[in-house]
Design a protein around this ligand. Structure first.
Ligand code: HSE
Length: 342
């Protein structure tokens, strides 16, 4: 299969995918029969170019890293908006990597709807539209005979969703419970070492883990969006982020973190969802866990998720939940699965 890709957004995550596409070009062709061309990039900060004959991705990446406008490159069209780019490019797949907005999902929601309606596949890491409009968007993709893939919205490239239609097919999930936000886990880890909350948050921002608006992380909004996506995709329910009861870590003190440790445990920001008869329990809150719980031992920016299943009991997966390469990889693996007809 050959992808003609349009990048909508070309920040850290988009560039993470670009790195991998360049690095693995030959391997993708040999192992998966997947070829690609980038025909458009539209980004609010580094500009917008469209050329259906193909864009020099390496050069675009170099310019974006140097914060120089992509519009200095030769291209058939320049300066188009994201929606114009989706419409005007002869792309067959859109990489939607604009910022997350869990209030109304925009602008990602409109980007994804437009692309799917035009019969273009979409791969995205955008938690806003997927947490708010999962069923509607999946239906739209189906109706147009294309795929919408969103693996990187939760746990970056660490497998979660596809476990249950892949290697664990036939196994049902009854509840999920995890550490889904790297920033807050990093802050709690640093607080245990003695750093105070504010300094730990500053460091998480400096390291690039936090959302553009870090209140999304520390007040539990990011974890609420992620647990919503997991619950809708794996528990077969239909909730929205505002159905998730949530409390963040802003009121957790270094003293409390130390006290939990002295008692042989750890405070973790736990996101969970469970089907109880006809009702749904969905919650994000800081909870002291005994060290015997695998989630208590997840430190720093790492994420982890425990699935309660009918055939295997509890399964816990641990892996990166943020970062340029890990999240770029989530998009790459989504493209490979589309290329493989999955
Ligand atoms: N801000 C998010 C986190 C990034 O800290 O986990 C990945 O979704």
């Amino acid at each position: 299969m050959r992808f003609d890709l349009a990048f909508i957004g070309f920040g850290t995550v988009g560039r993470g995918l670009a790195d991998l596409l360049l690095e693995k070009k030959e391997e993708l062709k040999k192992r998966y029969g997947m070829e690609y061309r980038v025909v458009a990039i539209s980004d609010i900060k580094v500009g917008s170019i469209l050329d259906d004959r193909g864009i020099d991705l390496k050069e675009a990446l170099r310019l974006a890293e140097a914060r120089t406008s992509l519009e200095t490159l030769p291209a058939q069209k320049k300066g188009l908006s994201a929606i114009e780019t989706i419409r005007a490019s002869h792309s067959n797949a859109i990489v939607e990597v604009t910022w997350t907005n869990i209030v109304n999902g925009e602008p990602g929601y409109s980007h994804i709807k437009t692309a799917l309606s035009l019969g273009k596949h979409v791969v995205t890491t955008n938690k806003g539209p997927i947490s708010l409009y999962y069923r509607e968007l999946m239906k739209l993709a189906d109706a147009n005979g294309v795929k919408l893939k969103f693996k990187g919205t939760v746990l970056s490239g660490t497998p979660a969703f596809n476990l249950f239609d892949g290697v664990l097919a036939g196994c049902s999930v009854s509840s999920i419970r995890g550490i889904l936000n790297g920033t807050t886990n990093y802050i709690l880890t640093e607080m245990e070492k003695g750093l105070d909350y504010k300094d730990a948050l500053k460091e998480a921002q400096r390291l690039g883990y936090a959302e553009a608006d870090p209140t999304m992380d520390v007040e539990g909004g990011d974890a609420a969006a992620k647990v919503t996506i997991l619950a809708n995709a794996l528990l077969g329910i239909n909730i929205r982020p505002d159905n998730v009861k949530r409390k963040g870590i802003t009121s957790v003190t270094t003293k409390e973190v130390k006290k939990a440790k002295d008692r042989g445990g750890r405070i973790k920001l736990i996101a969970r969802a469970e089907k109880k008869g006809n009702s749904i329990l969905a919650e994000v809150s800081p909870i002291p866990l005994p060290v015997s719980d695998p989630l208590a031992n997840i430190m720093g920016v790492t994420n982890a998720l425990t699935f309660a299943t009918d055939c295997l009991g509890n399964i816990t997966i641990v892996g990166p939940g943020a970062g340029r390469r890990a999240t770029g990889y989530a998009l790459l693996t989504d493209l490979i699965s589309i290329a493989n007809g999955k």
